[in-house]
Design a protein around this ligand. Structure first.
Ligand code: AMP
Length: 307
């Protein structure tokens, strides 16, 4: 943290980036750092970058993204494995600090804090603050806790470690109300029930691979966005017969299909990277440019699972 704080001290303008298709960890680490830095450096221009029309934003209090001024800037990029996945234009920045927990494929920062074993980027950020005994404001602590919970699936995934609990404990000590957080995160609606019903009725499988497909039309009929459709991927988790499960959703606007791939203990990241994706060993994303590619993806996963 010392090196990062030293660098932050050298700049008046700090721009915080995270990956496209933001999840709770991307937002958690971005907002967690944003609100904490704002409380520490009141005179600095701290700006949030990236598209802000995700429905996940309902979990956070309102915020002001800020405005980028024409001056020397430091970029801090959170939770983003490779430069292409950064949401926003980073060319305006003079130096980059990368903080991430994905498998390292591109160390694009001038400073790179990469920890592949961390459950989440929010865990890394929290422990960086803890190291320096930095007080985390409540808004930031809530966001970081949601980031850890989101990426570890509430401390369920094997990426959960003593460090994860250490970070959670530091956040709890800052006074957050985890019951309130869980209630807002896990409360479901009848609409969710309809989606789950659709998935149970229409899922497909081949050998140990299971998936569901939601076309643009299905998404419209279910009244959900493509991103929301992907978030149902774990509806197919924890079935003994399936080692890998996927959500395939049509992105009509970009003429492609987004695939969220999850696995119990087969490393699927490399296969995801062959299909314009990547991520983690047991949780990766991929993109198909035609539904015909799905058969090949399933075939490669089957070979891997049975190998
Ligand atoms: P998703 O299924 O989109 O939730 O992605 C699962 C995990 O893989 C998340 O941590 C994503 O950040 C990561 N991921 C998804 N797509 C890519 C990609 N193209 N390159 C690197 N990481 C990715």
């Amino acid at each position: 943290m010392r090196e990062i704080l030293k660098k932050i001290n050298e700049y008046n303008q700090i721009i915080l980036y995270r990956h496209v298709n933001p999840d709770l960890d991307a937002f958690g680490s971005q907002f967690g750092l944003y609100w904490t830095l704002k409380s520490l450096f009141k005179e600095k221009n701290i700006v949030l970058e990236g598209n802000m029309d995700s429905d996940l934003l309902r979990y956070y209090p309102s915020f002001d993204k800020g405005t980028i001024h024409n001056e020397r800037s430091l970029a801090i990029v959170l939770d983003t494995a490779n430069k292409e996945r950064i949401d926003g234009h980073i060319e305006c920045c003079d130096e980059i600090i990368k903080i991430d927990h994905h498998v390292v494929v591109d160390s694009y920062g001038n400073i790179n804090r990469e920890n592949e074993t961390a459950s989440s980027c929010s865990e890394i950020i929290t422990l960086l603050f803890k190291q320096e005994n930095i007080t985390i404001p409540m808004n930031a602590a809530n966001a970081l806790y949601l980031g850890i919970v989101g990426d570890s699936n509430r401390f369920l995934y094997s990426s959960t470690s003593t460090s994860t609990f250490e970070a959670a404990s530091y956040l709890l000590a800052s006074g957050i109300d985890i019951n309130a957080l869980y209630q807002s995160l896990y409360m479901k609606t009848k609409k969710d029930l309809e989606v789950v019903k659709y998935i149970y009725n229409h899922y497909q499988s081949k050998g140990k691979i299971a998936w569901f497909y939601l076309s643009d039309n299905d998404l419209k009929e279910l009244h959900i966005t493509r991103e929301q459709g992907s978030q149902f991927v774990n509806t197919l988790a924890n079935y003994e017969e399936f080692c890998v499960w996927m959500a395939v959703t049509e992105n009509k606007e970009n003429s492609c299909f987004r695939v969220s791939i999850r696995s119990r203990n087969t490393d699927i990241r490399e296969i995801a990277s062959r299909f314009h994706g990547g991520g983690h060993a047991f949780a990766s994303g991929a993109t198909l440019y035609s539904l015909d590619e799905l058969e090949e993806l399933v075939r490669q996963l089957e070979v891997k699972v049975n190998g």
